[in-house]
Ligand binder design. Structure first.
Ligand code: PCA
Length: 327
């Protein structure tokens, strides 16, 4: 009997050696139908195809495996081999993560792309020191304000029950006298329906995903910043792959980055239209509201620069250099 079991085990292990399949879990925090998640699914499919099924990645959408704020630590600890995070969520750990959450530092797609390039060396260094590797980033569409009343200046935001998704979005609430409540996207529909929050700042994408139009009437297209999702991999898991599989992952990641940025920009228009069709008023912010937000942004940038030290300075100067108009 013992012998028989040993024989079966030996046969099985030969079987796996001939076709060594690796299975990875990819926790993500946004719904399966979100464009980031769809992009992740295609990324996983591309890798499956390129490796002839040797590396199988299962995408776990909507924070079903780990909560949004837990995904980074799960990848670091190897509970998940790779995952998708919102960089700005980790600003308290290191201000570098929050560079793309500063209002009006980069508020268009081309500017956000340049900021991503300027942020990358510091992110590589930070994540590398934590045993992880950055695979790709994709921007969310520009952030605007969801509210149930007309906003002519930030003074009108006083007392709002403000949903925050990051330290910076909490800080905005503090600066304008609103009450911040941190709620991640997966719980947002419920928080809106139960009245825990009545306002927030985000893209048309998240307003659409969470059916915000069922409880909120206005979206102010402030275009304040474009935060990024990042796909990160545990370095040990990556290093354990053979060279051809590693190359397939990197190629699929660079394709996903290009595709993701393009889809984000295209869908930005779609979301605004879709929200309007659902009855929301898509508002151009008044010059006063924009000026007020710019002031909030400038306070936050000063504070960020103080906290971010030499790496922050290098990031900002690389970014400013890349956006300086050439004459
Ligand atoms: N949607 C995410 C983050 C930024 C965005 O546009 C959210 O609101 O949680």
């Amino acid at each position: 009997m013992k012998f028989k079991l040993a024989l079966i085990a030996a046969v099985l292990s030969v079987g796996t050696a001939a076709f060594a399949q690796t299975k990875w879990d990819l926790p993500a925090a946004y719904p399966a139908s979100n464009f980031h998640t769809e992009n992740l699914t295609q990324f996983a499919n591309d890798i499956d195809k390129a490796t002839a099924g040797k590396l199988k990645i299962t995408v776990h959408a909507n924070a079903s495996l780990f909560k949004a704020n837990e995904i980074k630590r799960a990848v670091q600890g190897g509970q998940a081999q790779l995952g998708e995070i919102l960089l700005a969520n980790f600003e308290n750990e290191n201000p570098i993560y929050g560079a793309d959450g500063l209002p009006f530092l980069a508020s268009s797609y081309p500017a956000a792309r340049k900021l991503a390039d300027a942020q990358k060396p510091a992110l590589d260094k930070l994540l590398g020191a934590q045993g992880m590797k950055l695979l790709y980033t994709v921007a969310w569409p520009p952030q605007g304000v969801y509210a149930n009343k007309e906003l002519t200046s930030v003074a009108d935001m006083k007392g709002l029950k403000w949903r925050a998704y990051s330290p910076a979005t909490s800080k905005i609430a503090e600066l304008v006298g609103a009450q911040p409540v941190t709620v991640q996207a997966a719980e947002l529909s419920q928080a809106l329906a139960t009245g825990v929050v009545n306002s927030y700042m985000s893209s048309g994408s998240t307003g659409y995903d969470t059916k915000t139009y069922e409880s909120i009437k206005y979206w102010y297209d402030v275009q304040a910043w474009l935060p990024k999702n990042a796909v990160i991999v545990n370095k040990k898991s990556f290093d354990a792959l053979d060279a051809a599989t590693q190359a397939a992952v990197l190629k699929a990641a660079s394709d996903a980055e290009l595709r993701g940025w393009k889809i984000s920009e295209e869908k930005n228009e779609f979301y605004k239209k879709a929200l309007a069709e659902k009855g929301m008023k898509i508002m151009a912010p008044s010059p006063k509201l924009v000026a007020d937000f710019r002031q909030v942004g400038s306070i936050m940038k000063t504070d960020w620069t103080k906290r971010a030290g030499a790496d922050g300075e290098a990031l900002l100067s690389a970014y400013e250099k890349s956006t300086a108009t050439k004459k």
